[in-house]
Design a protein around this ligand. Structure first.
Ligand code: ZN
Ligand code: ZN
Ligand code: ZN
Length: 363
């Protein structure tokens, strides 16, 4: 697999720090740490923390028992022993600083103790400077997102042939999706959303004991991770032949997806992509039933910037990767969602997911 240039990423981070007058950036659990070092902290009561000074070399403090898992990178590795106080070690490494930024997903137990150890410092969230760096994917990252999307597309192609829906619970079907996701080349699968019949009206429904029946529309939202990067796809299936109503609602969502995908290009505001999808659904008479944003960025996290939502006026740039996932949720009746991952290419959309989007019968 392609390698990432962590050293170059740290250099860019330090340039951003200079621009924002930051003396130190502290990164712990969360996706910023692997982005800059290749190392993902185990989120534990034992502190892992990268100390990035304004100039000079970074220090990565890790619990001694985790040190063997750390690959060499652009930092000095400092294992701390069970009897050490890691917060004090980090504070000492940071030195007498005035402005510190800390990773958004750092535990408050560490932040509060760091604040006590560094009473002169003003604190801010690291995402203010890490998001602009992470939001545009480099070719090696897009390569991984593309592999993840291709793997999930292969899994999707097997669904109608290999997964039985009728007479089984959502929970059982969810297990089959996990198995296919891993079998097609993901390192791991995240918990799928399998929402059948009226359960489909809840976008983040947790698969439960409902027995899937003939005539059900089933929303299947699933994916996994390849080399640290996520896939995330949704298709809506029908058990048996669809009713006219089911076909109509599905066709509307498909048209909304098409409208949003074809809108994607550098210079287009995120909210314009949302509007393109939403207008189709509003015109079709289901505007009030499209109850979430059109999409979210994806990369080292399943949900990250940019968010494709009304009010987000920031414009798309080449290399941004995100989902397009319009849906219609009719309470007590059904839900339909279609989700694909796309990248903003130099002149238009680069579609990572290519799997069939039509309403496929899985009876
Ligand atoms: Zn979601
Ligand atoms: Zn999604
Ligand atoms: Zn999804």
């Amino acid at each position: 697999m392609t390698e990432f240039d962590y050293g170059a990423r740290i250099v860019r981070l330090q340039e951003e720090m200079a621009e924002h007058n930051l003396d130190v950036v502290l990164l712990s659990s969360g996706a910023d740490l692997p982005y800059f070092t290749g190392y993902e902290a185990v989120p534990l009561e034992r502190l892992t923390m990268l100390v990035v000074p304004a100039v000079g070399e970074c220090s990565l403090f890790v619990p001694e028992l985790e040190a063997a898992r750390v690959e060499p990178g652009p930092f000095e590795l400092i294992p701390w022993a069970e009897t050490d106080d890691p917060v004090r070690l980090v504070a000492r490494a940071a030195g007498a600083i005035r402005r510190a930024a800390i990773g958004d997903h750092s535990w408050s137990t560490f932040l509060l103790r760091l604040q006590a150890e560094m009473p002169g410092a003003a604190w801010s969230v690291a995402s203010a400077i890490t998001t602009p760096l992470r939001i545009r994917k480099d070719p090696a990252e897009i390569d991984r997102l593309r592999r993840a999307a291709a793997a999930v597309d292969r899994a999707l192609a097997r669904v109608p042939r290999e997964i039985r829906f009728e007479g089984r619970t959502e929970r059982d079907v969810a297990r089959d999706f996990v198995e296919l996701t891993v079998a097609e080349g993901h390192d791991l699968a995240w918990d799928p959303i399998i929402a059948s019949g009226p359960n489909g009206a809840s976008p983040h429904h947790e698969p439960g004991d409902r027995m899937i029946q003939e005539g059900d529309v089933v929303v299947c939202d699933f994916g996994g991770r390849v080399g640290g990067y996520y896939s995330d796809v949704t298709r809506t299936f029908v058990v048996g032949s669809p009713t006219e109503r089911q076909s109509e609602v599905h066709a509307l969502v498909e048209a909304a997806s098409q409208a949003a995908r074809s809108k994607v290009a550098p210079g287009i505001a995120c909210e314009e992509v949302d509007r393109a999808a939403r207008q189709v659904i509003v015109d079709g008479g289901h505007g009030s039933e499209f109850i979430h944003r059109t999409g979210h960025g994806i990369g080292l996290e399943v949900h990250e910037h940019p968010y494709i939502v009304e009010g987000n006026e920031s414009v798309l740039e080449e290399g941004m990767a995100f989902s397009i996932e319009p849906g219609i949720y009719i309470a007590g009746e059904l839900g339909v969602r279609i989700e694909d991952i796309v990248v903003c290419g130099p002149s238009g959309v680069d579609e990572l997911n290519r799997a069939e989007r039509g309403l496929v019968d899985v009876a």
